[in-house]
Ligand binder design. Sequence first.
Ligand code: SAH
Ligand code: SF4
Length: 357
Amino acid sequence: MSKKINLKALSKDEISGFMEQQGLPKYRTDQLLDWLYIRYAASLDDITEFSKDLRKRLGGIACIGNLQLVKRQQSSDGTEKFLFELEDGQTIESVLIPDKDRLTLCISSQVGCAMGCRFCLTGKSGLIRNLRAWEIVEQILSVNRLIMPKKITNIVFMGMGEPLANFDEVVEALKRIISYFGISKRRITLSTSGLAPKILELPGRAPEVNLAISLNATTDAVRDRLMPINKKYPIRSLLDACGKFPLRPRRLLTFEYVLIAGVNDSVEDGSRLVRLLRGLRCKVNLIPLNPPDPHAGSDLQRPSDAAVLAFQKVLEENNMTVLIRESKGQDILAACGQLRGRYSVERAAAGRQERRG
Ligand code: SAH
Ligand code: SF4
């Protein structure tokens, strides 16, 4: 028997086409979309607006794909982390960050990541595979279903993976997020390690979402070491691409800067950062390095609070907008692929136990 069509994997137009092929009128397509994305139907049987016969007929050829929740953990700071299993058994994480009237979901765009940044646990596993657009969107749907009647208001692509390395699926996901959940493009942020040519491609191809760039160093020598992608697209070419990125009035680029003790956190680095970003409409988020997972075996350290404040002061004295962003949910390893790292370790350990036992 041929594999069933996953209705979640279809775009709106493809769903219309599919329903038409089945000889169904347009209002049925609208009902289906409503049940999929507003009422979060998990199976065709949930769609009680369709007759039993229709559900059975559609069920013979189509299905509704879902992510399986493997683990849900709440941090003392209110951050919640969700680990989802994909249909092929791979796992990804999404992190929910409540802040005043906002509910931000940090989502993954790939399983693993090929960029190999030295400070990032996701980078350690290498790239396992790209997520499909529907798997990116499904993280939002699954969390919305779990937190009903509340709804996610903001999206950041800062979970696992490099979104611009999975360009087509991420662009399609952006379109679907905006149209299915009514989340405004101003409330969506893509974060990239700096794939300069893809930054230039974005404006013509994707909705105008916010762009964040993980800069993390002020010299090519240091950035080459921390982020191997810099050898391909050095700081100058990256910032040139950023300068060409069209910004609406009052919108700013965000530069993320992970502070690492003795590596990129000196006041000289601060002054160099000011010079590099001069002329760009931007703000800077300073992120003190998240203490590495004990399993990760990294030698990089988080700077002292005094060093973080001194770095911030250099930027402020030069009239830059700068915020210190603590990684959320540190007690549950919520930041930057840490849950998956731990889960894989636990699972591997369980496997060893089983084999022994
Ligand atoms: N691949 C994209 C998006 C995911 S990473 C990117 O690199 O931008 C999201 C953010 O987490 C990036 O700014 C990255 O620099 C930061 N990050 C990664 N590991 C970190 C760690 N151990 N501590 C603090 N921030 C980290
Ligand atoms: Fe990939 Fe971003 Fe981690 Fe670098 S920081 S390895 S680009 S997820």
